[in-house]
Design a protein. Structure first.
Lengths: 374, 265
C-alpha cells in the first residue's frame, strides 16, 4: 500500500510516496522541492531495510538540487536503481551521480597540540622579529647609501608624501590641538582653583603640550592617517605584484617606495607636533581669558616656564615618532600577504604597531631626558 | 567608418528554443565617449551565446548591462520574461535567483571555503536544510571537478580552479541562464579546453543557457552556437551568427582579421 508522505495540494507540487521498496517522486524537483522533501526523504531512508528503487515517471523536471534529493533518498551515492525517468531527467541524475562519486574533500591539517601550538607561536614570533630587524637593517643601509649617492629617491614622491601626510593633516591637527588645550585648561582649573593656583595653568598646560602631549597626539594622528595609508598603498602594490616587478627590474623597492615615505614622515611630524602645541596653547589661552586672565598674563607665564630645551626635546621626540610610524607602516605594507584580507590586515598592523612603538619610544625618551636632567 | 554588420546563418549544434534574453537598441556612453550603440540581439533557450570582440570594445560592459549592474544609456533588456530596466525590487530579486554569473576572477569570498562559497546562494534563497545544502554544493563542486578541494580556501587554489569554483557557485541555484565573463582568460590550453568541455556538457545535460563574454578564439569556435561581435571603431555590433560560419565566410575586414588572427592595418 502506498503511503502518502508529502501533500500534493497545489498544482503539480513536488511529492514523494513510498510503495514497498519503491519511492515514487512526482512534480518539479528543484531546490524548493529539496527543501520541502528532504526531511520526509530522510525518514523514508532511515525506515528502509533494503535498497530503494526510485520511480521517476511522474517527475516533470529535475535539476541538480533535485538530484541531490534523489541521491539522499536512495541512500546511495552510487547509481541508484531508477525506473521511468525521461531522458532529460536521467541525464541530470547521471551527471549528479558522477559528481557525487568524485573524490571526497581533503581533510584539513589536524590542529596542533597545546605544546606544539606554543612552540609554533614562539618560533613564528621569533621569525617575525627577525623579519622586522632585517627590514630595519635594509632600510638603514638604503638610507646610508642614499646619503652617499643621492639617486633613486624621486623628489616628486617626497613632496607628494609631505603634502599627504602634512598639509592635508593640518585641519585635523588644528582642531584637535585647540580642543586639547581647552580640555586640559578646563580640567586643570578645577583642582588648581582649590589651591588658588589658577594662574599656573599656562605653565602646566604649556609644559604638558610642548614636551609630551603635542608629539604624542601628533603621532596618533600620523599613525591613524598616514601609517595606515602607507600600509594600504604598499600592501595593494604587493598584492598586485608591483613590488615584485620593481625587484625584477633591479630597482630597490626600499629606496623607491620606503625612503620617500620615511623622509616625509620624519620631516612632517615635528611640524605637526609644533602646530598641535601652538593650537593647544591658543585653546588654553581662550580658557584663561574666560577665567578672567588677560592674554599678557598667560604669555608671561609661558615665557617664564618654557625654554628652547623643551621645544627641542619635543621636536626630537616627534621626529623619532614619525620615523618609527613610517617605518612600521611601510613594513606592514611590504609584508602584506596575498589574500583579499591582506591590505586590511596590513593597515591594522600599521596603526596598532605605530601607536605601540610611539608609547615605547616615549617611555625611552622620558628615561633619557630624566637622566640628562632635561 | 561605417561598415555593414556581418550576419551569418546559424547552424546551431543544439535545438534552440524561445528567446530568454532580448536586448533591443542598447547604447552605452561614458560622458561624451560612446562605447557602443544600436546593439540588438536575442539569446535562445539552451544555446551558448558568445559576446566577442577585441579589447576595449565593451564586451564586459555589455554583460554588466545585461545583468543589471548599471543601466544602459538607451535601449531595453528583456530577460526570462522580466523587463530588466523597469523591474521593481521583487521582480529583480526573483530574476536574480534565475541567473548565475561567473566573474572573470571567480570573485570567491576569501574567508570561506569553496564549499561554503557554493552553499551561500542556497542559504540565501532556499529553505534547504544544512545537510541538503552541503550535499548539493558538494555535487556542484563535483560537476566542475573540484570535489577534493571543497574544504580549501580561494587563496589556496589556482586561477583555473577559482574559475571552475565560480561556475559551481553560479550554478548553485540551478539557474536556467548563466553568464560567464572571460572564462578562459589567463588559463593554459588544457584547463581552458576543460572549461569549454564543462560548458558544453552543462548546456547539453542541464539545458542551461550560457551567455559567454570572451575573445579566446578557440573557445568561441568550440562552444559558441551563436555570437555577436562588437567593435571599438564601429562603436557597436559588426557581426552576428554562427562563429564557424563567420570564420569561413565573413567579408568584414575586422571580423575576418579576428577569426584569422591577423593584424589590422
Amino acid at each position: 500500500m502506498a503511503a502518502e508522505i508529502a501533500p500534493t495540494a497545489s498544482p503539480a507540487p513536488p511529492s514523494l510516496r513510498r510503495d514497498g521498496d519503491r519511492l515514487i517522486f512526482a512534480g518539479r524537483l528543484d531546490a524548493q522541492a529539496a527543501a520541502a522533501l528532504w526531511r520526509p526523504a530522510t525518514e523514508v531512508r532511515q525506515a528502509a531495510t533494503g535498497p530503494l528503487t526510485l520511480d521517476l515517471a511522474g517527475v516533470e523536471s529535475l535539476d541538480t538540487n533535485g538530484a541531490t534529493l534523489l541521491l539522499h533518498a536512495s541512500g546511495t551515492e552510487a547509481a541508484p536503481k531508477v525506473e521511468g525517468a525521461s531522458a532529460p531527467v536521467a541525464a541530470v541524475l547521471a551527471r549528479a551521480v558522477a559528481a557525487a562519486a568524485a573524490p571526497a574533500p581533503q581533510q584539513g591539517a589536524r590542529p596542533l597540540s597545546l605544546l606544539s601550538s606554543l612552540g609554533a607561536g614562539f618560533f613564528g614570533a621569533l621569525r617575525g622579529l627577525q623579519d622586522k630587524i632585517t627590514f630595519v637593517g635594509e632600510t638603514a643601509v638604503a638610507g646610508a647609501s642614499y646619503v652617499l649617492r643621492p639617486r633613486g629617491v624621486r623628489l616628486g614622491d617626497v613632496l607628494r608624501h609631505l603634502d599627504e601626510a602634512g598639509t592635508r593633516a593640518f585641519p585635523l591637527t588644528i582642531l584637535l590641538g585647540v580642543l586639547l588645550g581647552v580640555i586640559l585648561a578646563f580640567q586643570s582649573s578645577i583642582p588648581m582653583r582649590q589651591f588658588g593656583a589658577t594662574i599656573f595653568i599656562p605653565q602646566l598646560v604649556g609644559v604638558s603640550l610642548l614636551r609630551e602631549l603635542g608629539p604624542l597626539m601628533a603621532a596618533i594622528i600620523l599613525s591613524g592617517r598616514t601609517g595606515s595609508a602607507y600600509a594600504a598603498e604598499l600592501g595593494t602594490m604587493t598584492v598586485n605584484e608591483e613590488v615584485d616587478a620593481l625587484r625584477i627590474m633591479g630597482i630597490d623597492p626600499i629606496r623607491m617606495l620606503v625612503l620617500p615615505r620615511l623622509l616625509a614622515g620624519t620631516i612632517v611630524m615635528p611640524a605637526l607636533a609644533l602646530l598641535l602645541t601652538l593650537m593647544g596653547l591658543i585653546g588654553m589661552g581662550l580658557v584663561m581669558l574666560g577665567l578672567g586672565f588677560p592674554a599678557t598674563a598667560t604669555i608671561n607665564r609661558l615665557e617664564q616656564t618654557l625654554g628652547v630645551g623643551d621645544m627641542v626635546g619635543g621636536l626630537c621626540k616627534a621626529a623619532a615618532f614619525g620615523l618609527a610610524i613610517s617605518l612600521i607602516g611601510c613594513r606592514a605594507g611590504l609584508a602584506a600577504g596575498r589574500g583579499p584580507r591582506a591590505v586590511g590586515d596590513a593597515a591594522t598592523g600599521a596603526v596598532v604597531g605605530g601607536i605601540v612603538a610611539t608609547i615605547i619610544l616615549d617611555g625611552i625618551f622620558a628615561v633619557v631626558f630624566f637622566r640628562m636632567g632635561w | 567608418m561605417s561598415v555593414a554588420t556581418e550576419f551569418a546563418a546559424t547552424r546551431g549544434k543544439r535545438e534552440a528554443g524561445a528567446p530568454v534574453v532580448t536586448a533591443s537598441d542598447l547604447a552605452m556612453a561614458f560622458g561624451n565617449r560612446t562605447l557602443f550603440r544600436d546593439v540588438s540581439f536575442d539569446v535562445k533557450r539552451g544555446e551558448v551565446f558568445v559576446i566577442l570582440g577585441g579589447s576595449g570594445c565593451g564586451k564586459s560592459t555589455l554583460l554588466k548591462l545585461l545583468i543589471g549592474l548599471f543601466p544602459p544609456t538607451a535601449g531595453s533588456i528583456d530577460m526570462l520574461g522580466t523587463d530588466v530596466l523597469n523591474a521593481d525590487s521583487t521582480q529583480r530579486e526573483a530574476l536574480l535567483t534565475r541567473i548565475g554569473v561567473m566573474w572573470q576572477s571567480g570573485a570567491l569570498f576569501g574567508s570561506m571555503t569553496l564549499l561554503e562559497n557554493v552553499m551561500l546562494p542556497l542559504e540565501a534563497h532556499t529553505r534547504m536544510p544544512e545537510e541538503a545544502r552541503q550535499e548539493a554544493a558538494r555535487i556542484k563542486l563535483g560537476m566542475v571537478g573540484l570535489s577534493d578541494a571543497a574544504n580549501r580556501l580561494p587563496a589556496e587554489i589556482s586561477g583555473g580552479m577559482a574559475k571552475r569554483a565560480g561556475i559551481a557557485r553560479a550554478m548553485a541555484l540551478d539557474p536556467p541562464l548563466l553568464f560567464l565573463d572571460e572564462p578562459s582568460a589567463g588559463l593554459d590550453p588544457i584547463t581552458s579546453a576543460g572549461l569549454d568541455k564543462l560548458i558544453q556538457e552543462l548546456a547539453r545535460d542541464l539545458g542551461t543557457t550560457f551567455v559567454v563574454v570572451t575573445h579566446e578564439l578557440q573557445s568561441i569556435l568550440a562552444i559558441g552556437d551563436r555570437c555577436i561581435m562588437l567593435d571599438k571603431d564601429a562603436q557597436g555590433m559588426i557581426a552576428m551568427g554562427d562563429p564557424r560560419d563567420l570564420r569561413d565566410t565573413a567579408t568584414h575586414p575586422t571580423v575576418r582579421a579576428f577569426f584569422r588572427r591577423e593584424a589590422v592595418d
